[in-house]
Design a binder for this molecule. Structure first.
Ligand SMILES: N[C@H](CCC[C@H](N)C(=O)O)C(=O)O
Length: 275
């Protein structure tokens, strides 16, 4: 099967984007893993599928991690999604509503080329994350081989565990991140963020992503980290998030207010692959 694709990236978090409207696409887990493979396929952190909306939204937005698993949300991908549908003539709108497994989000193309997305509101109830805990708390002890660690847990539609650390550049992201990602108290596994507070309006962040490993940036991870930082009283309402791939601006007014994310979305190349 010949498949047209577009390679895109948001702060180095990279995507293979497929038009599922003008080409009939059914991919199994193994085919997704192959497309995402950086040696035997195209290579990406996530594969994004553009489909017709089922409800009132403009499009349906499906997200698959490099391990082939379909997930609920992807922030950097949402910015690339609106750039893609605009550039490929699938819409003339600058602001669109896209339905995901975790609800509708609305990315907006800014005149300066950045994209702002209403990422919806954070969810802290453990059973909705999902995370196994007696009750909602600001932080939780999490048993690991060796000594336990302290995390916060929140959902941005997808699950996030966030650790506040003094120095992200020396944090055990690959080793400890992998242990937390598949910890039994996260029944659907979890994205693991390492947050360093540089000031009340600036943090540094690294994320070991569920189903992909450490990425250069994680949009929902940046939202989760800022929300946790605000909840812990460490951050103000608008924060610059410095990731290895560049900077995001995240803002949250608290309580049931949505989280807003602003950042870039870049097309790298168009291609075609025989699958
Ligand atoms: N690995 C994530 C999906 C991609 C999220 C990330 N790339 C973003 O920009 O939000 C998960 O399994 O929930």
């Amino acid at each position: 099967m010949k498949l047209k694709f577009t390679k895109m990236q948001g702060l180095g978090n990279d995507f293979v984007v497929l038009d599922g409207i003008n080409q009939a696409i059914t991919l199994d887990r193994e085919q997704i893993r192959k497309l995402a493979d950086r040696h035997f396929g195209i290579g990406c952190d996530q594969l994004l599928l553009v489909e017709k909306a089922e409800g009132q939204a403009d499009f349906r937005y499906r997200i698959f991690n490099a391990d082939g698993g379909e997930v609920e949300q992807c922030g950097n991908g949402a910015r690339c999604f609106v750039r893609y549908v605009h550039d490929h003539g699938l819409t003339q709108k600058n602001e669109i509503r896209i339905e995901t497994l975790s609800g509708v989000i609305s990315p907006h193309l800014e005149v300066n080329g950045n994209v702002t997305v209403n990422m919806g509101k954070p969810i802290f109830e453990p059973e909705a994350i999902p995370f196994i805990a007696e009750k909602r708390a600001l932080t939780y002890p999490l048993e690991l081989p060796g000594q336990p660690v302290t995390i916060s847990a929140v959902s941005m539609g997808n699950p996030h565990a966030v650790r506040v650390v003094p120095d992200v550049d020396n944090a055990p992201v690959d080793t400890e991140g992998a242990l937390i990602e598949s910890h039994p108290r996260f029944p659907k596994r979890v994205n693991v963020g390492y947050l360093q507070v540089l000031g009340r309006t600036h943090i540094k962040l690294r994320v070991f992503e569920r189903g992909a490993g450490e990425t250069l940036a994680c949009g929902t991870g940046a939202c989760a980290a800022v929300v946790v930082g605000i909840d812990l009283g460490l951050l103000d309402h608008q924060v610059k998030v410095s990731t290895r791939g560049g900077e995001l601006t995240i803002s949250w007014q608290g309580n049931d207010e949505p989280v807003w994310m602003t950042g870039p979305a870049v097309t790298v190349f168009e291609g075609e692959i025989n699958l």
